[in-house]
Design a protein around this ligand. Structure first.
Ligand code: 3EB
Length: 345
């Protein structure tokens, strides 16, 4: 395998990790194992997030591997395992909801979310990779009502509280993100951070998530529709989890194909914005990106896959996993990234 330059993504079956030579790991920033695979295949210095979202086709367990040119530095601060290049840091942590102190005034999930983000911001302030670029959030029972409110709302409260406590903006300059429901497991977060602030990109078809009206919860979600790192060479773009929402409303309830199509209209609109901001927007077309598609009902895979391939073609990487989307009426959510290199497994 050739030496990596810039940031690079590889999707490979978890079982293939066994065959990777020792020096291959030198350039690995971090790994997400989708499908809840065995994290012990990963050397202890490498940040790893084990995400319990079943993989819907191919191997049961897929790795999403972020690499960049070394030498990389490794560290552990509190519960955050991290690794960094000269421009970028990848971190991962998990916190069980049962870690909530007895007598806490908030739910275990809200507490775990706030604790996780407080630790992340502590690390970022201390290390100089101050700007949170992209955050991936996973926790069980996202649509479940518990302790008097929906768990996605509890997550939003904990996240927003940590942003405030960390002196960070909760509107405007916020990271790209996703938040998905798993069947079980602890609150799990992995993230990328940068020394130089990225550009937050919004979607003209959608209300900014941080301005959603109160009907979606007392504390708004804290994320941008996309985040663009112009300080990377070449620039790197992360498109947040994108669903069938126009304005602030869910469209096409019950129709997974129409929801997939609407999601692509949203992604296309976000990409048009990114191309306006990037000095050279080539490379930020629908057929240039890598995708992760979250499908609520595994039986919908065939219909979703056909629609996805109509939009992105047959060439680009797409991983399909089962996950619960943050609104009960959403059946599919799609995230994407571009600008970075792609490695063949
Ligand atoms: C939406 O657009 C769908 O809370 O971090 C997408 C991406 C969604 C990120 C988050 C939620 C989040 O509101 C849900």
């Amino acid at each position: 395998m050739e030496a990596v330059r810039g940031l690079s993504l590889a999707f490979m079956p978890a079982a293939s990790l066994r065959a990777c030579p020792e020096q291959w790991w030198d350039d690995v920033l971090g790994i997400a194992i989708l499908g809840g695979g065995d994290a012990s295949l990963v050397p202890p210095a490498i940040p790893v997030a084990s995400i319990a979202t079943p993989v819907l086709e191919g191997p049961r367990s897929m790795c999403e591997i972020w690499r960049t040119r070394g030498p990389l530095e490794t560290g552990l601060r509190g519960r955050v395992r991290y690794r960094c290049s000269d421009t970028m840091l990848l971190g991962a942590l998990e916190i069980g909801e049962d870690a909530v102190p007895i007598g806490a005034s908030v739910s275990g999930l809200q507490w775990a979310t706030e604790a996780a983000y407080r630790e992340v911001f502590g690390l970022l302030d201390e290390s100089g990779y101050r700007a949170l670029f992209r955050a991936w959030n996973y926790f069980p029972g996202i649509n479940v009502e518990a302790d008097g409110s929906e768990r996605y709302r509890q997550f939003n409260a904990g996240r927003q509280e940590a942003f405030r406590a960390g002196g960070r903006s909760t509107t405007g300059r916020v990271p790209a993100a996703c938040a998905l429901g798993t069947a079980d497991g602890p609150f799990t977060l992995y993230f990328l951070a940068l020394r130089e602030a990225p550009v937050a990109i919004e979607n003209p078809r959608q209300v900014c998530a941080y301005h959603y009206p109160l009907q979606y919860g007392p504390r708004s979600p804290t994320f941008a529709r996309a985040s663009l790192a112009l300080s990377e060479a070449p620039p790197v773009l992360f498109v947040s989890g994108t669903a069938s929402i126009v304005g602030h409303r869910t469209l096409h309830p019950g129709d997974v194909v129409a929801q997939t199509e609407e999601s692509f209209r949203n992604i296309a609109a976000v990409l048009a914005e990114a191309r306006r901001v990037a000095p050279d927007g080539a490379g930020f077309g629908l057929r240039d990106l890598s995708y992760k598609v979250y499908v609520r009902h595994p039986a919908d895979l065939g219909a979703v896959r056909a629609s996805v391939r109509e939009h992105v073609g047959s060439e680009v990487p797409v991983v399909f996993v089962q996950a619960d989307v943050c609104r009960a009426d959403l059946l599919v959510e799609i995230e994407a990234s571009g600008g970075h290199a792609l490695e063949e497994a």
